[in-house]
Design a protein around this ligand. Structure first.
Ligand SMILES: NC(=O)c1ccc[n+]([C@@H]2O[C@H](COP(=O)([O-])OP(=O)(O)OC[C@H]3O[C@@H](n4cnc5c(N)ncnc54)[C@H](OP(=O)(O)O)[C@@H]3O)[C@@H](O)[C@H]2O)c1
Length: 308
């Protein structure tokens, strides 16, 4: 089967142009995990610019506070009535996620949008990777988000409304060497998104006309963030320099993608434009309107839009 051609997108384009979404999320409450820096920070900023109240999370309080302050300034400049709240914590800690939800609901109200973005990666051959390190990646990238959804879902189900997005990766759709734990984790969370959507489509229809909860996973594109530094530990540099060379070569063959692309794709999906892509892996590096048209014309492939 030939691969469908979808236009490559590396930055903002018409479908996700910020002006279209001004005020569209007023009254909505969003949690973005791992939003103290990187892609999550841009997602939180885009949601806030669209009118949502946003909760910023991460373990480092210093980065967290800096991002909260930037977003508060942004809201003030645009005279928005929405709010920003910072809650430090580890997505793998039951205590911290309980506190995150309690503080969010008491300060802002019920959660409408959950972006499970916090993630880690280590490039290292499997045979060199300690068991604890391998499973830590599974915990942060899979257990953290699924357990958070377990806590957020009951309220969304009762209200029959909500958008849940998982920051997955191209690694969910490719055999990426030196990243066995990361690839397994991103594959798992992508499949979880699809299964959860199917379950909600069936269950919510019993009590409501139709399911009002949307679930997506996303490949954000290769965006230059701190992850690209922390993914190469000293042990890899010292004992497996070929890994660094290989990944450098791969990186040189790809364009750089801007964090705004996944950020405004999240806004696009949270404002109800992504119905045709529910349950699927949305590749932010490809034109989303073309991906929707492809899915509607041929609803067969489940993990879409193919991570070209
Ligand atoms: N950048 C890319 O090219 C790329 C490509 C594909 C997929 N992704 C995915 O995109 C997501 C964001 O990545 P990024 O590139 O923006 O990474 P990043 O710059 O390293 O940011 C990661 C964020 O997650 C937080 N975090 C990490 N571990 C955490 C934990 N245990 N508990 C709570 N927060 C935690 C970090 O804050 P603290 O460290 O302070 O906790 C930070 O806010 C990840 O899921 C990643 O797998 C990225």
């Amino acid at each position: 089967m030939t691969k469908p051609h979808l236009t490559l997108r590396t930055g903002i384009y018409d479908a996700i142009a910020p002006d279209k979404f001004r005020g569209r999320l007023v009254g909505k409450v969003a949690i973005v995990t791992g939003s103290s820096r990187g892609i999550g920070r841009e997602v939180a900023l885009a949601l806030a610019k669209s009118g949502a109240s946003v909760v910023i999370t991460g373990r480092s309080e210093e980065e967290l506070n800096a991002t909260v302050s930037t977003i508060a300034d942004e809201i003030a400049v645009s005279h928005g009535s929405n709010k920003v709240l910072g809650v430090a914590g580890d997505v793998c800690s039951e205590h911290d996620t309980d506190a995150l939800l309690e503080k969010t609901v008491s300060a802002l109200g019920s959660i409408d949008i959950l972006v499970c973005n916090a993630g880690i990666n280590t490039f290292m051959p499997f045979h060199m990777t300690e068991s604890n390190e391998w499973w830590r990646q599974m915990e942060v990238n899979v257990k953290g988000p699924t357990e958070l959804v377990r806590k957020v879902l009951p309220s969304m189900k009762t209200r029959n409304t909500g958008t849940i997005m998982f920051m997955s990766s191209r690694a969910a759709a490719a055999d990426l060497p030196w990243a066995s734990a990361y690839s397994c984790a991103k594959t798992a969370i992508t499949r979880f998104a699809g299964v959860l959507q199917k379950e909600l489509d069936i269950l919510q229809a019993f009590d409501h006309d139709r399911n009002g909860i949307s679930v997506f996973s996303l490949h954000p594109g290769e965006v230059k963030t701190r992850l690209h530094e922390t993914a190469f530990p000293e042990k890899t540099k010292r004992e497996a320099p070929y890994v660094v060379e290989h990944m450098d070569k791969m990186a040189r063959s790809r364009p750089d993608f801007m964090a705004e692309t996944p950020a405004w794709t999240c806004v696009y999906l949270a404002t109800g434009h992504g119905q045709a892509l529910e349950g699927r892996l949305v590749d932010c590096t490809r034109d989303i309107e073309e991906a929707k048209a492809l899915v509607l014309s041929s609803p067969q492939p489940m993990i879409t839009n193919a991570c070209g």
